[in-house]
Ligand binder design. Structure first.
Ligand code: UDP
Length: 243
């Protein structure tokens, strides 16, 4: 059993813990102390992109925590004899953080996804988590680096900022702007807004248990095929030790 706190895969240090311990020991205390924090949920695609793009790699390395999202990362860690304790899906972390924010009446900003998806996310949050204060929201098909816009987000002073711009933009956005904020847990959440808005269904539990969530997403969104090739390339590199 590998009990190290971190596991390195392709020069990216993953936190080696369970989802609950990650939240209880690392994130909730930071939220309570209003400490800034950048969470990256990394899957094989992010690792492959970081492998190919040194600047993006530095962006990922600048995060406070990289959590293993995607069964490919877990399999790779096992194959390298440094097994990670469990998969920590970004969607679940976001939902747990929303529940915590609701309980503690915290404020959240929602940046990214398509216009109607972003609006639906806000409606869904208002319905499911009525005690959350919506600091603001903005869809992701506009100039989100515009200084006036960023200043507006900073002024809204959110406790949590969820960024759904897809990779690499979501991580780049956080890295570029986090210094302007006084507090905030920043997290790139990929397609999680689409899930929360009900536009994309998560795989049924049985598929998730069998580690086949990626296959379910492929069946539902065949355009993801190119991404699945990246997962295979990643696994091939791990197995052939060419990482
Ligand atoms: N997205 C966005 N602006 C862009 C590109 C993507 O807001 O310029 C959003 C997209 O609508 C989706 C999210 O980013 O809600 C994640 O996209 P993708 O499916 O590529 O990410 P993944 O789930 O693979 O991380």
């Amino acid at each position: 059993m590998n009990l190290n706190n971190y596991v390195s895969i392709m020069d990216i240090e993953f936190i080696n813990t369970t989802k609950n311990n990650f939240l209880d020991q690392e994130i909730y205390p930071r939220l309570n102390q209003q400490e800034k924090c950048f969470i990256v949920t990394a899957n094989p695609e992010i690792l492959m992109k970081a492998r190919e793009d040194a600047v993006y790699k530095q962006t990922i390395q600048s995060a406070d925590f990289v959590i293993p999202d995607g069964i490919g990362v877990i399999m790779a860690s096992k194959y390298m004899n440094t097994p990670l304790q469990e998969r920590i899906p970004g969607t679940e972390v976001m939902m747990d953080l929303l529940a915590y924010a609701n309980e503690h009446r915290l404020s959240c900003y929602f940046l990214g996804a398509k216009d109607f998806v972003n609006e639906k996310v806000v409606l869904e949050v208002e319905k499911q988590f009525p005690n959350i204060e919506i600091a603001g929201n903005q869809h992701g098909y506009t100039d989100v680096d515009d200084p006036t816009f960023v200043e507006k987000v900073v002024k809204s002073n959110p406790d949590l900022i969820f960024v759904a711009l897809g990779l690499p933009r979501q991580e780049q956005w956080v890295e570029k702007h986090i210094d302007q904020f006084n507090k905030g847990i920043f997290m790139g959440v990929g397609g999680s807004f689409d899930v929360l808005a009900g536009e994309v269904k998560r795989a049924p539990k049985a598929w998730i248990k069998l580690n086949l969530e990626w296959l379910y997403r492929l069946v539902k969104q065949p355009l993801r095929l190119k991404r699945v090739f990246k997962i295979f390339e990643f696994m091939a590199r791990v197995i052939l030790k060419r990482i």
